[in-house]
Design a protein. Structure first.
Lengths: 300, 337
Protein backbone atom coordinates (compact mmCIF):
# COMPACT_ATOMS: atom_id res chain seq x y z
CA UNK A 1 0.00 0.00 0.00
CA UNK A 2 1.41 3.37 -0.98
CA UNK A 3 2.12 5.80 1.81
CA UNK A 4 1.19 9.46 1.62
CA UNK A 5 4.84 10.34 1.06
CA UNK A 6 5.09 8.12 -2.03
CA UNK A 7 2.18 9.82 -3.82
CA UNK A 8 3.71 12.15 -6.40
CA UNK A 9 2.66 15.80 -6.15
CA UNK A 10 0.09 17.09 -8.61
CA UNK A 11 2.26 20.12 -9.22
CA UNK A 12 6.01 20.62 -8.87
CA UNK A 13 7.75 23.98 -9.19
CA UNK A 14 11.46 23.76 -9.89
CA UNK A 15 14.04 26.58 -9.66
CA UNK A 16 11.57 29.18 -10.85
CA UNK A 17 13.08 32.56 -11.73
CA UNK A 18 11.35 35.65 -13.03
CA UNK A 19 13.19 38.87 -13.76
CA UNK A 20 11.58 42.11 -14.92
CA UNK A 21 14.68 43.87 -16.25
CA UNK A 22 16.86 44.55 -13.21
CA UNK A 23 14.08 43.54 -10.78
CA UNK A 24 14.26 39.93 -9.54
CA UNK A 25 10.64 39.14 -8.75
CA UNK A 26 11.13 35.41 -8.17
CA UNK A 27 14.56 34.05 -7.24
CA UNK A 28 14.81 30.36 -7.97
CA UNK A 29 12.06 28.90 -5.80
CA UNK A 30 11.04 25.23 -5.68
CA UNK A 31 8.12 23.55 -3.98
CA UNK A 32 5.61 20.72 -4.44
CA UNK A 33 1.85 20.98 -4.24
CA UNK A 34 0.40 17.74 -2.84
CA UNK A 35 -2.78 16.48 -4.47
CA UNK A 36 -6.20 16.87 -2.87
CA UNK A 37 -5.13 19.58 -0.47
CA UNK A 38 -5.58 23.30 -0.07
CA UNK A 39 -2.17 24.85 -0.63
CA UNK A 40 -1.63 28.45 0.47
CA UNK A 41 0.82 30.83 -1.14
CA UNK A 42 1.25 33.75 1.24
CA UNK A 43 3.27 36.89 1.16
CA UNK A 44 3.09 40.67 1.31
CA UNK A 45 2.77 42.88 -1.72
CA UNK A 46 5.86 42.49 -3.87
CA UNK A 47 6.77 39.11 -2.40
CA UNK A 48 6.48 37.46 -5.82
CA UNK A 49 3.52 35.23 -5.03
CA UNK A 50 1.24 36.56 -7.79
CA UNK A 51 4.09 36.30 -10.30
CA UNK A 52 4.74 32.75 -9.13
CA UNK A 53 1.12 31.68 -9.39
CA UNK A 54 0.70 33.35 -12.79
CA UNK A 55 3.74 31.49 -14.09
CA UNK A 56 2.20 28.25 -12.81
CA UNK A 57 -1.13 29.15 -14.44
CA UNK A 58 0.68 29.75 -17.72
CA UNK A 59 -0.28 33.40 -18.16
CA UNK A 60 3.21 34.76 -17.45
CA UNK A 61 6.39 33.24 -18.91
CA UNK A 62 9.20 32.34 -16.52
CA UNK A 63 12.73 33.61 -17.05
CA UNK A 64 13.94 30.13 -16.14
CA UNK A 65 12.83 27.07 -14.23
CA UNK A 66 9.92 24.78 -14.87
CA UNK A 67 6.46 23.81 -13.69
CA UNK A 68 5.55 20.13 -13.79
CA UNK A 69 1.93 19.00 -13.78
CA UNK A 70 1.42 15.30 -13.05
CA UNK A 71 5.16 14.85 -13.63
CA UNK A 72 5.20 16.49 -17.07
CA UNK A 73 5.84 20.02 -18.21
CA UNK A 74 2.60 21.95 -17.73
CA UNK A 75 1.00 22.46 -21.14
CA UNK A 76 -2.22 21.80 -23.01
CA UNK A 77 -3.44 19.10 -20.61
CA UNK A 78 -2.80 21.37 -17.64
CA UNK A 79 -4.99 24.05 -19.24
CA UNK A 80 -7.76 21.51 -19.70
CA UNK A 81 -7.50 20.33 -16.09
CA UNK A 82 -7.01 23.63 -14.28
CA UNK A 83 -9.43 26.32 -13.19
CA UNK A 84 -8.29 29.85 -12.45
CA UNK A 85 -9.98 32.59 -10.50
CA UNK A 86 -8.04 35.80 -10.91
CA UNK A 87 -8.41 38.44 -8.25
CA UNK A 88 -9.75 40.80 -10.89
CA UNK A 89 -10.71 39.84 -14.40
CA UNK A 90 -12.81 41.82 -16.82
CA UNK A 91 -15.70 40.05 -18.46
CA UNK A 92 -17.52 40.95 -21.62
CA UNK A 93 -20.12 43.68 -21.37
CA UNK A 94 -23.76 43.04 -22.28
CA UNK A 95 -23.39 39.31 -21.58
CA UNK A 96 -25.37 37.59 -18.85
CA UNK A 97 -23.96 35.41 -16.09
CA UNK A 98 -25.21 32.22 -17.72
CA UNK A 99 -23.98 33.20 -21.19
CA UNK A 100 -20.55 33.97 -19.75
CA UNK A 101 -20.42 30.56 -18.10
CA UNK A 102 -21.62 28.85 -21.27
CA UNK A 103 -18.89 30.55 -23.29
CA UNK A 104 -16.12 29.39 -20.96
CA UNK A 105 -17.80 25.98 -20.65
CA UNK A 106 -17.44 25.44 -24.41
CA UNK A 107 -13.71 26.15 -24.34
CA UNK A 108 -12.99 22.86 -22.54
CA UNK A 109 -13.21 19.20 -23.44
CA UNK A 110 -13.77 18.28 -19.81
CA UNK A 111 -16.95 19.92 -18.57
CA UNK A 112 -18.87 20.23 -15.33
CA UNK A 113 -22.66 20.28 -15.13
CA UNK A 114 -23.21 23.99 -15.63
CA UNK A 115 -26.41 24.04 -13.55
CA UNK A 116 -24.55 22.40 -10.70
CA UNK A 117 -21.79 25.02 -10.93
CA UNK A 118 -24.42 27.75 -10.87
CA UNK A 119 -26.03 26.16 -7.81
CA UNK A 120 -22.67 25.66 -6.06
CA UNK A 121 -21.81 29.31 -6.49
CA UNK A 122 -25.31 30.52 -5.54
CA UNK A 123 -25.83 32.18 -8.91
CA UNK A 124 -29.30 30.77 -9.66
CA UNK A 125 -31.06 34.10 -9.28
CA UNK A 126 -28.38 35.97 -11.21
CA UNK A 127 -28.28 33.83 -14.35
CA UNK A 128 -29.91 36.44 -16.56
CA UNK A 129 -28.13 39.42 -15.06
CA UNK A 130 -25.71 41.45 -17.17
CA UNK A 131 -22.13 41.05 -15.92
CA UNK A 132 -21.88 44.80 -15.50
CA UNK A 133 -24.66 44.82 -12.92
CA UNK A 134 -23.09 42.40 -10.44
CA UNK A 135 -21.94 43.49 -6.99
CA UNK A 136 -18.37 42.78 -5.87
CA UNK A 137 -19.31 39.56 -4.07
CA UNK A 138 -21.55 38.37 -6.90
CA UNK A 139 -18.75 39.02 -9.36
CA UNK A 140 -16.30 37.00 -7.27
CA UNK A 141 -18.78 34.11 -7.22
CA UNK A 142 -19.09 34.32 -11.00
CA UNK A 143 -15.30 34.35 -11.39
CA UNK A 144 -15.17 31.24 -9.19
CA UNK A 145 -17.93 29.62 -11.24
CA UNK A 146 -15.94 30.30 -14.42
CA UNK A 147 -12.98 28.57 -12.79
CA UNK A 148 -15.19 25.55 -12.10
CA UNK A 149 -16.86 25.07 -15.51
CA UNK A 150 -14.31 22.44 -16.55
CA UNK A 151 -14.59 20.46 -13.31
CA UNK A 152 -10.90 21.23 -12.67
CA UNK A 153 -8.53 18.84 -10.95
CA UNK A 154 -6.56 21.81 -9.68
CA UNK A 155 -8.12 25.16 -8.83
CA UNK A 156 -6.22 28.43 -8.43
CA UNK A 157 -7.82 31.10 -6.27
CA UNK A 158 -6.04 34.45 -6.27
CA UNK A 159 -7.12 36.68 -3.39
CA UNK A 160 -10.67 35.36 -3.78
CA UNK A 161 -12.26 37.17 -0.85
CA UNK A 162 -10.65 40.58 -1.20
CA UNK A 163 -13.33 43.21 -0.82
CA UNK A 164 -15.94 40.83 0.61
CA UNK A 165 -17.75 41.56 3.86
CA UNK A 166 -17.11 39.11 6.75
CA UNK A 167 -20.32 37.15 6.14
CA UNK A 168 -19.65 36.79 2.42
CA UNK A 169 -16.10 35.71 3.23
CA UNK A 170 -17.34 33.00 5.59
CA UNK A 171 -19.79 31.78 2.94
CA UNK A 172 -16.98 31.69 0.41
CA UNK A 173 -14.82 29.62 2.75
CA UNK A 174 -17.65 27.10 3.12
CA UNK A 175 -17.88 26.90 -0.65
CA UNK A 176 -14.14 26.30 -0.94
CA UNK A 177 -14.39 23.57 1.70
CA UNK A 178 -17.14 21.86 -0.30
CA UNK A 179 -15.02 22.01 -3.46
CA UNK A 180 -12.01 20.57 -1.66
CA UNK A 181 -14.17 17.77 -0.29
CA UNK A 182 -14.58 16.59 -3.92
CA UNK A 183 -10.90 15.61 -4.06
CA UNK A 184 -9.78 18.80 -5.74
CA UNK A 185 -6.44 20.47 -5.24
CA UNK A 186 -6.70 24.14 -4.42
CA UNK A 187 -3.88 26.67 -4.66
CA UNK A 188 -4.86 29.75 -2.70
CA UNK A 189 -3.08 33.07 -2.55
CA UNK A 190 -4.35 35.40 0.10
CA UNK A 191 -3.53 38.35 2.31
CA UNK A 192 -5.87 37.11 5.02
CA UNK A 193 -4.01 34.94 7.50
CA UNK A 194 -7.18 33.75 9.16
CA UNK A 195 -8.33 32.59 5.74
CA UNK A 196 -5.12 30.65 5.20
CA UNK A 197 -5.33 29.21 8.68
CA UNK A 198 -8.95 28.18 8.18
CA UNK A 199 -8.55 26.66 4.71
CA UNK A 200 -4.97 25.60 4.04
CA UNK A 201 -3.43 22.21 4.75
CA UNK A 202 -0.03 23.46 3.72
CA UNK A 203 1.44 26.90 3.11
CA UNK A 204 4.41 28.57 1.55
CA UNK A 205 5.36 32.01 2.82
CA UNK A 206 7.25 34.12 0.31
CA UNK A 207 9.16 37.32 0.79
CA UNK A 208 11.23 39.25 -1.75
CA UNK A 209 11.05 36.44 -4.28
CA UNK A 210 12.18 33.60 -2.02
CA UNK A 211 10.42 31.06 0.17
CA UNK A 212 10.74 31.96 3.83
CA UNK A 213 9.09 28.84 5.20
CA UNK A 214 6.84 25.99 4.11
CA UNK A 215 4.70 23.41 5.87
CA UNK A 216 1.38 22.75 7.55
CA UNK A 217 0.21 25.84 9.51
CA UNK A 218 -0.09 24.03 12.85
CA UNK A 219 3.25 22.32 12.41
CA UNK A 220 4.94 25.59 11.57
CA UNK A 221 3.42 27.34 14.56
CA UNK A 222 4.38 24.51 16.91
CA UNK A 223 7.91 24.50 15.53
CA UNK A 224 8.34 28.24 15.95
CA UNK A 225 6.47 28.96 19.17
CA UNK A 226 6.34 27.34 22.59
CA UNK A 227 4.69 30.41 24.09
CA UNK A 228 1.34 32.13 24.09
CA UNK A 229 0.50 35.84 23.80
CA UNK A 230 -1.09 38.11 26.41
CA UNK A 231 -2.48 41.27 24.87
CA UNK A 232 -3.35 44.47 26.72
CA UNK A 233 -4.29 47.87 25.35
CA UNK A 234 -1.33 50.24 25.60
CA UNK A 235 -3.48 52.62 27.64
CA UNK A 236 -3.83 49.93 30.33
CA UNK A 237 -0.11 49.29 30.52
CA UNK A 238 1.73 52.54 30.04
CA UNK A 239 4.76 51.17 31.93
CA UNK A 240 5.87 47.60 32.42
CA UNK A 241 6.24 46.20 35.96
CA UNK A 242 9.73 46.59 37.43
CA UNK A 243 10.70 42.94 37.27
CA UNK A 244 9.07 41.47 34.22
CA UNK A 245 11.17 38.73 32.53
CA UNK A 246 9.04 38.34 29.37
CA UNK A 247 9.44 39.58 25.80
CA UNK A 248 7.11 42.48 25.08
CA UNK A 249 6.18 44.22 21.82
CA UNK A 250 4.03 47.24 21.05
CA UNK A 251 1.92 46.83 17.89
CA UNK A 252 -1.23 48.50 16.68
CA UNK A 253 -2.07 50.07 20.07
CA UNK A 254 -1.51 46.81 21.95
CA UNK A 255 1.19 45.54 24.25
CA UNK A 256 2.01 41.90 23.43
CA UNK A 257 3.60 39.78 26.10
CA UNK A 258 5.11 36.50 24.89
CA UNK A 259 5.31 33.90 27.63
CA UNK A 260 5.28 30.18 28.32
CA UNK A 261 3.97 30.84 31.84
CA UNK A 262 0.77 32.82 31.57
CA UNK A 263 -0.06 32.51 35.31
CA UNK A 264 3.25 34.06 36.32
CA UNK A 265 2.89 36.91 33.82
CA UNK A 266 -0.68 37.67 34.96
CA UNK A 267 0.35 37.56 38.62
CA UNK A 268 3.14 40.07 38.01
CA UNK A 269 0.84 42.35 36.05
CA UNK A 270 -1.78 42.19 38.80
CA UNK A 271 0.77 42.99 41.48
CA UNK A 272 1.88 46.01 39.49
CA UNK A 273 -1.72 47.26 39.51
CA UNK A 274 -2.34 46.92 35.79
CA UNK A 275 -6.08 46.70 34.97
CA UNK A 276 -6.72 43.26 33.46
CA UNK A 277 -10.34 43.69 32.39
CA UNK A 278 -9.30 43.92 28.76
CA UNK A 279 -6.59 41.26 28.89
CA UNK A 280 -6.70 38.88 25.90
CA UNK A 281 -4.89 35.54 25.89
CA UNK A 282 -4.32 33.88 22.53
CA UNK A 283 -2.01 31.43 20.78
CA UNK A 284 0.43 32.50 18.09
CA UNK A 285 -1.14 32.81 14.65
CA UNK A 286 0.19 32.74 11.10
CA UNK A 287 0.19 36.51 11.07
CA UNK A 288 2.59 36.51 14.03
CA UNK A 289 4.78 33.96 12.31
CA UNK A 290 4.91 36.03 9.16
CA UNK A 291 5.72 39.16 11.08
CA UNK A 292 8.51 37.45 12.94
CA UNK A 293 9.95 35.88 9.81
CA UNK A 294 9.83 38.91 7.55
CA UNK A 295 9.25 41.93 9.72
CA UNK A 296 6.46 43.00 7.37
CA UNK A 297 2.74 43.45 7.74
CA UNK A 298 0.81 41.13 5.45
CA UNK A 299 -2.09 43.37 4.69
CA UNK A 300 -1.48 46.31 2.44
CA UNK B 1 -11.17 23.90 -32.13
CA UNK B 2 -14.36 24.78 -34.02
CA UNK B 3 -16.31 24.59 -30.76
CA UNK B 4 -13.99 27.10 -29.10
CA UNK B 5 -14.10 29.48 -32.09
CA UNK B 6 -17.90 29.33 -32.10
CA UNK B 7 -18.04 29.97 -28.35
CA UNK B 8 -15.98 33.16 -28.65
CA UNK B 9 -17.80 34.17 -31.84
CA UNK B 10 -21.23 33.78 -30.21
CA UNK B 11 -20.27 35.76 -27.11
CA UNK B 12 -18.69 38.54 -29.17
CA UNK B 13 -21.76 38.78 -31.41
CA UNK B 14 -24.06 39.00 -28.38
CA UNK B 15 -21.86 41.69 -26.88
CA UNK B 16 -21.96 43.74 -30.06
CA UNK B 17 -25.62 43.27 -30.91
CA UNK B 18 -26.74 44.26 -27.40
CA UNK B 19 -24.65 47.42 -27.43
CA UNK B 20 -27.46 49.38 -29.08
CA UNK B 21 -25.58 52.65 -29.29
CA UNK B 22 -22.60 51.15 -31.10
CA UNK B 23 -24.75 48.98 -33.33
CA UNK B 24 -27.00 51.91 -34.22
CA UNK B 25 -24.03 54.10 -35.05
CA UNK B 26 -22.43 51.40 -37.19
CA UNK B 27 -25.55 51.24 -39.33
CA UNK B 28 -26.74 54.83 -39.18
CA UNK B 29 -23.46 56.61 -39.90
CA UNK B 30 -22.88 55.21 -43.39
CA UNK B 31 -26.56 55.62 -44.25
CA UNK B 32 -26.39 59.26 -43.25
CA UNK B 33 -23.20 59.68 -45.23
CA UNK B 34 -24.79 58.21 -48.35
CA UNK B 35 -27.83 60.46 -47.97
CA UNK B 36 -25.62 63.49 -47.45
CA UNK B 37 -23.42 62.72 -50.43
CA UNK B 38 -26.43 62.12 -52.62
CA UNK B 39 -27.95 65.45 -51.65
CA UNK B 40 -24.72 67.36 -52.20
CA UNK B 41 -23.40 65.81 -55.39
CA UNK B 42 -26.36 64.50 -57.34
CA UNK B 43 -26.59 67.85 -59.21
CA UNK B 44 -23.37 67.03 -61.01
CA UNK B 45 -21.84 70.47 -60.49
CA UNK B 46 -18.17 70.62 -61.18
CA UNK B 47 -15.53 73.18 -61.82
CA UNK B 48 -13.70 71.62 -64.76
CA UNK B 49 -14.02 69.39 -67.79
CA UNK B 50 -12.32 66.05 -68.18
CA UNK B 51 -10.94 64.91 -71.49
CA UNK B 52 -9.05 61.69 -72.12
CA UNK B 53 -6.02 61.74 -74.39
CA UNK B 54 -5.66 58.32 -75.96
CA UNK B 55 -1.94 57.57 -75.80
CA UNK B 56 0.45 55.16 -74.15
CA UNK B 57 2.59 57.76 -72.36
CA UNK B 58 1.37 59.22 -69.09
CA UNK B 59 2.90 62.64 -69.73
CA UNK B 60 0.67 65.14 -71.52
CA UNK B 61 2.52 67.28 -74.03
CA UNK B 62 0.44 70.46 -74.10
CA UNK B 63 2.41 71.73 -77.11
CA UNK B 64 1.07 68.87 -79.23
CA UNK B 65 -2.22 70.67 -79.94
CA UNK B 66 -3.67 74.09 -79.00
CA UNK B 67 -6.72 72.35 -77.48
CA UNK B 68 -4.49 70.86 -74.77
CA UNK B 69 -3.74 74.36 -73.48
CA UNK B 70 -7.41 75.08 -72.72
CA UNK B 71 -7.85 76.34 -69.17
CA UNK B 72 -10.13 74.52 -66.69
CA UNK B 73 -9.74 71.29 -68.64
CA UNK B 74 -8.18 68.19 -67.10
CA UNK B 75 -6.43 66.07 -69.73
CA UNK B 76 -5.84 62.48 -68.68
CA UNK B 77 -3.77 59.92 -70.58
CA UNK B 78 -5.76 56.71 -71.00
CA UNK B 79 -6.08 53.65 -73.20
CA UNK B 80 -8.71 53.85 -75.89
CA UNK B 81 -11.12 51.21 -74.65
CA UNK B 82 -11.35 52.64 -71.15
CA UNK B 83 -11.64 56.18 -72.49
CA UNK B 84 -14.57 55.30 -74.77
CA UNK B 85 -16.30 53.48 -71.90
CA UNK B 86 -15.96 56.49 -69.62
CA UNK B 87 -17.18 58.90 -72.31
CA UNK B 88 -20.21 56.65 -72.83
CA UNK B 89 -20.91 56.76 -69.09
CA UNK B 90 -20.51 60.57 -68.87
CA UNK B 91 -17.48 60.19 -66.65
CA UNK B 92 -15.39 61.94 -69.29
CA UNK B 93 -16.61 64.72 -71.50
CA UNK B 94 -14.54 63.75 -74.48
CA UNK B 95 -11.80 61.36 -75.58
CA UNK B 96 -9.38 62.35 -78.31
CA UNK B 97 -6.70 60.50 -80.23
CA UNK B 98 -4.26 62.97 -81.75
CA UNK B 99 -2.55 60.35 -83.89
CA UNK B 100 -5.68 59.10 -85.65
CA UNK B 101 -7.50 62.45 -85.51
CA UNK B 102 -10.51 60.85 -83.86
CA UNK B 103 -12.61 61.96 -80.94
CA UNK B 104 -15.42 60.20 -79.06
CA UNK B 105 -18.38 61.97 -77.59
CA UNK B 106 -21.62 61.02 -75.92
CA UNK B 107 -24.24 63.04 -77.83
CA UNK B 108 -26.38 63.16 -74.67
CA UNK B 109 -23.66 64.70 -72.52
CA UNK B 110 -23.93 68.48 -71.85
CA UNK B 111 -20.27 68.58 -70.89
CA UNK B 112 -19.38 66.78 -74.10
CA UNK B 113 -21.20 69.42 -76.12
CA UNK B 114 -19.06 72.24 -74.76
CA UNK B 115 -15.85 70.24 -74.89
CA UNK B 116 -16.56 69.42 -78.54
CA UNK B 117 -17.28 73.07 -79.42
CA UNK B 118 -13.94 74.14 -77.96
CA UNK B 119 -12.13 71.33 -79.79
CA UNK B 120 -13.64 72.45 -83.08
CA UNK B 121 -12.73 76.06 -82.31
CA UNK B 122 -9.10 75.17 -81.72
CA UNK B 123 -8.75 72.99 -84.83
CA UNK B 124 -9.00 73.36 -88.58
CA UNK B 125 -12.32 72.44 -90.11
CA UNK B 126 -12.62 68.76 -90.94
CA UNK B 127 -9.54 67.85 -88.95
CA UNK B 128 -11.38 65.39 -86.73
CA UNK B 129 -13.39 62.22 -87.16
CA UNK B 130 -16.36 62.27 -84.76
CA UNK B 131 -17.35 58.95 -83.10
CA UNK B 132 -20.41 58.67 -80.86
CA UNK B 133 -20.12 56.69 -77.62
CA UNK B 134 -23.54 56.15 -76.14
CA UNK B 135 -24.48 54.84 -72.75
CA UNK B 136 -26.26 55.69 -69.56
CA UNK B 137 -24.60 58.34 -67.50
CA UNK B 138 -22.70 57.25 -64.43
CA UNK B 139 -23.52 59.87 -61.86
CA UNK B 140 -21.18 60.86 -59.09
CA UNK B 141 -23.41 59.00 -56.66
CA UNK B 142 -23.13 55.84 -58.76
CA UNK B 143 -19.38 56.23 -58.64
CA UNK B 144 -19.30 57.21 -54.97
CA UNK B 145 -21.43 54.42 -53.52
CA UNK B 146 -18.78 51.68 -53.87
CA UNK B 147 -16.40 54.08 -52.15
CA UNK B 148 -18.81 54.65 -49.26
CA UNK B 149 -19.44 50.93 -48.92
CA UNK B 150 -15.69 50.27 -48.96
CA UNK B 151 -14.95 53.05 -46.49
CA UNK B 152 -17.58 51.70 -44.13
CA UNK B 153 -16.02 48.26 -44.33
CA UNK B 154 -12.60 49.78 -43.71
CA UNK B 155 -13.60 51.67 -40.54
CA UNK B 156 -15.73 48.84 -39.23
CA UNK B 157 -13.03 46.21 -39.70
CA UNK B 158 -9.99 48.19 -38.64
CA UNK B 159 -11.37 50.07 -35.66
CA UNK B 160 -14.05 47.54 -34.71
CA UNK B 161 -11.51 44.77 -34.29
CA UNK B 162 -8.46 46.81 -33.30
CA UNK B 163 -10.13 48.64 -30.45
CA UNK B 164 -11.93 45.56 -29.15
CA UNK B 165 -8.73 43.52 -28.97
CA UNK B 166 -6.87 46.36 -27.24
CA UNK B 167 -9.74 46.84 -24.77
CA UNK B 168 -9.84 43.10 -24.03
CA UNK B 169 -6.09 43.10 -23.46
CA UNK B 170 -6.11 46.24 -21.34
CA UNK B 171 -8.93 45.15 -19.03
CA UNK B 172 -7.54 41.64 -18.54
CA UNK B 173 -10.15 39.64 -20.46
CA UNK B 174 -7.45 38.26 -22.77
CA UNK B 175 -5.40 37.28 -19.73
CA UNK B 176 -8.40 35.33 -18.47
CA UNK B 177 -8.78 33.62 -21.84
CA UNK B 178 -5.08 32.73 -21.85
CA UNK B 179 -5.68 30.56 -18.79
CA UNK B 180 -8.05 28.41 -20.88
CA UNK B 181 -7.28 25.99 -23.73
CA UNK B 182 -8.14 28.73 -26.27
CA UNK B 183 -5.31 29.34 -28.74
CA UNK B 184 -4.46 32.71 -30.35
CA UNK B 185 -5.42 31.51 -33.82
CA UNK B 186 -8.84 30.45 -32.48
CA UNK B 187 -9.38 33.79 -30.79
CA UNK B 188 -8.33 35.66 -33.94
CA UNK B 189 -10.55 33.49 -36.14
CA UNK B 190 -13.54 34.26 -33.94
CA UNK B 191 -12.83 37.99 -34.13
CA UNK B 192 -12.51 37.82 -37.92
CA UNK B 193 -15.75 35.90 -38.31
CA UNK B 194 -17.65 38.14 -35.95
CA UNK B 195 -16.55 41.33 -37.68
CA UNK B 196 -16.99 39.79 -41.12
CA UNK B 197 -20.62 38.94 -40.34
CA UNK B 198 -21.25 42.46 -39.12
CA UNK B 199 -19.44 44.17 -42.00
CA UNK B 200 -21.26 42.08 -44.60
CA UNK B 201 -24.63 42.57 -42.91
CA UNK B 202 -24.21 46.36 -42.81
CA UNK B 203 -22.84 46.41 -46.35
CA UNK B 204 -25.82 44.44 -47.64
CA UNK B 205 -28.14 46.78 -45.77
CA UNK B 206 -26.45 49.83 -47.23
CA UNK B 207 -26.36 48.33 -50.69
CA UNK B 208 -30.07 47.56 -50.50
CA UNK B 209 -30.88 51.02 -49.21
CA UNK B 210 -28.87 52.77 -51.92
CA UNK B 211 -30.39 50.61 -54.63
CA UNK B 212 -33.83 51.44 -53.31
CA UNK B 213 -33.37 55.11 -52.55
CA UNK B 214 -30.82 56.22 -55.14
CA UNK B 215 -31.32 53.67 -57.89
CA UNK B 216 -27.58 53.14 -58.22
CA UNK B 217 -26.08 51.16 -61.08
CA UNK B 218 -25.40 47.46 -60.79
CA UNK B 219 -24.22 46.08 -64.11
CA UNK B 220 -22.21 43.02 -63.09
CA UNK B 221 -22.26 39.91 -60.95
CA UNK B 222 -23.73 40.25 -57.48
CA UNK B 223 -21.87 37.15 -56.39
CA UNK B 224 -18.55 38.62 -57.50
CA UNK B 225 -19.36 41.84 -55.66
CA UNK B 226 -20.20 39.82 -52.54
CA UNK B 227 -16.87 38.04 -52.80
CA UNK B 228 -15.06 41.37 -53.13
CA UNK B 229 -16.80 42.62 -49.98
CA UNK B 230 -15.91 39.44 -48.07
CA UNK B 231 -12.24 39.49 -49.07
CA UNK B 232 -11.97 43.23 -48.49
CA UNK B 233 -13.44 42.77 -45.00
CA UNK B 234 -11.16 39.90 -44.08
CA UNK B 235 -8.05 41.66 -45.37
CA UNK B 236 -8.89 44.81 -43.38
CA UNK B 237 -9.69 42.80 -40.23
CA UNK B 238 -6.34 41.06 -40.66
CA UNK B 239 -4.59 44.44 -40.80
CA UNK B 240 -6.53 45.57 -37.71
CA UNK B 241 -5.54 42.43 -35.81
CA UNK B 242 -1.89 42.82 -36.79
CA UNK B 243 -1.87 46.45 -35.64
CA UNK B 244 -3.56 45.56 -32.34
CA UNK B 245 -1.49 42.42 -31.78
CA UNK B 246 0.48 43.84 -28.84
CA UNK B 247 -0.90 47.28 -28.09
CA UNK B 248 -2.43 47.92 -24.66
CA UNK B 249 -3.43 51.56 -25.08
CA UNK B 250 -6.51 52.66 -27.00
CA UNK B 251 -4.79 55.97 -27.73
CA UNK B 252 -1.83 54.26 -29.38
CA UNK B 253 -4.14 51.88 -31.21
CA UNK B 254 -6.15 54.86 -32.48
CA UNK B 255 -2.98 56.51 -33.74
CA UNK B 256 -1.77 53.40 -35.49
CA UNK B 257 -5.14 52.75 -37.07
CA UNK B 258 -5.41 56.36 -38.23
CA UNK B 259 -1.99 55.98 -39.79
CA UNK B 260 -3.54 53.38 -42.06
CA UNK B 261 -7.08 54.67 -42.52
CA UNK B 262 -6.32 58.25 -43.51
CA UNK B 263 -3.96 57.48 -46.39
CA UNK B 264 -6.35 54.75 -47.48
CA UNK B 265 -9.33 57.07 -47.37
CA UNK B 266 -7.52 59.73 -49.40
CA UNK B 267 -5.57 57.57 -51.83
CA UNK B 268 -7.76 54.56 -52.48
CA UNK B 269 -10.26 56.45 -54.59
CA UNK B 270 -13.11 56.64 -52.10
CA UNK B 271 -14.11 60.21 -52.93
CA UNK B 272 -12.49 60.94 -56.27
CA UNK B 273 -10.77 59.11 -59.09
CA UNK B 274 -7.01 58.97 -59.09
CA UNK B 275 -6.97 58.79 -62.90
CA UNK B 276 -5.54 62.30 -63.17
CA UNK B 277 -3.18 61.95 -60.21
CA UNK B 278 0.61 61.70 -60.61
CA UNK B 279 1.90 58.26 -61.47
CA UNK B 280 3.67 57.80 -58.13
CA UNK B 281 0.44 58.49 -56.26
CA UNK B 282 -1.35 55.88 -58.33
CA UNK B 283 1.41 53.38 -57.64
CA UNK B 284 1.41 54.18 -53.94
CA UNK B 285 -2.33 53.62 -53.78
CA UNK B 286 -1.79 50.03 -54.90
CA UNK B 287 -0.37 49.07 -51.51
CA UNK B 288 -3.81 49.57 -49.93
CA UNK B 289 -6.37 46.76 -50.01
CA UNK B 290 -9.16 49.30 -50.29
CA UNK B 291 -7.81 50.46 -53.66
CA UNK B 292 -8.15 46.97 -55.09
CA UNK B 293 -11.51 46.41 -53.45
CA UNK B 294 -12.92 49.65 -54.90
CA UNK B 295 -11.45 49.02 -58.34
CA UNK B 296 -13.11 45.61 -58.41
CA UNK B 297 -16.40 46.88 -56.94
CA UNK B 298 -16.64 49.74 -59.46
CA UNK B 299 -15.73 47.48 -62.35
CA UNK B 300 -18.56 45.16 -61.29
CA UNK B 301 -21.17 47.76 -60.42
CA UNK B 302 -20.47 50.37 -63.11
CA UNK B 303 -19.06 48.42 -66.02
CA UNK B 304 -20.53 44.95 -65.61
CA UNK B 305 -17.32 43.08 -64.80
CA UNK B 306 -17.62 39.44 -63.87
CA UNK B 307 -15.70 37.15 -61.53
CA UNK B 308 -12.88 36.52 -64.00
CA UNK B 309 -12.43 40.25 -64.64
CA UNK B 310 -11.83 41.03 -60.98
CA UNK B 311 -9.81 37.91 -60.22
CA UNK B 312 -6.50 39.88 -60.03
CA UNK B 313 -7.96 42.16 -57.33
CA UNK B 314 -9.40 39.18 -55.45
CA UNK B 315 -6.00 37.46 -55.47
CA UNK B 316 -4.28 40.60 -54.20
CA UNK B 317 -6.82 40.90 -51.37
CA UNK B 318 -6.31 37.24 -50.50
CA UNK B 319 -2.54 37.79 -50.47
CA UNK B 320 -2.82 40.81 -48.18
CA UNK B 321 -5.07 38.78 -45.88
CA UNK B 322 -2.60 35.90 -45.68
CA UNK B 323 0.35 38.24 -45.06
CA UNK B 324 -1.29 40.20 -42.24
CA UNK B 325 -2.87 37.18 -40.60
CA UNK B 326 0.56 35.55 -40.45
CA UNK B 327 2.07 38.74 -39.09
CA UNK B 328 -0.76 39.19 -36.57
CA UNK B 329 -0.49 35.60 -35.33
CA UNK B 330 3.28 35.97 -34.93
CA UNK B 331 2.99 39.25 -33.04
CA UNK B 332 -0.10 38.43 -30.97
CA UNK B 333 0.20 38.67 -27.19
CA UNK B 334 -2.55 37.91 -24.68
CA UNK B 335 -1.05 40.43 -22.30
CA UNK B 336 0.81 43.71 -22.69
CA UNK B 337 4.49 44.04 -21.91
Amino acid sequence: MATAKSVPPILAVRELVKDYGPVHAVRGISFDVPRNCCFGLLGPNGAGKTTTVEIIEGVTPATSGEVLYEGRKAGAQFRQDSGVQFQTAALQDFITVRETLEMFHRLYRRRADIDQVIADCALEKLQKRDNRKLSGGQRQRLLLAIALVNDPKILFLDEPTTGMDPQARRNFWELVERIRARNKTIVLTTHYMEEAQALCDEIVIMNEGVIVTQGAPDTLLKAHYKEIILELPEADLAELPAEFPFSTYRRNGLVEIHTDDANEAITRLSRAGAPLGRLNIRPFRLEDLFLDLTGKELRS
Amino acid sequence: MIQRILAILHARNLEFLRDKATLGWNVAMPLLLVAGMAAIFSGGDRASYKVALVQAEQEINTAAHPYLETRYFDFIAMDQEEAIQQVANHQLDLAINLNSGTYWINPESPGGYFAERLLEASSEEGAWLRQPASGDPITYVDWLIPGILGMNIMFSCLFGVGYVVVRYRKNGFLKRLKATPLRPVEFMSAQILSRLLLAIFVTLLLYGATRLLLDIRMEGSGLALFLVAVLASISLVAIGLAMAARVTSEELAGGLLNLVTWPMMLLSGVWFSLAGAPQWVQQLSNIFPLTHALTAARDIMLYGAGFADVLPQLLILAGITAAFLTLGAALFRWRGA
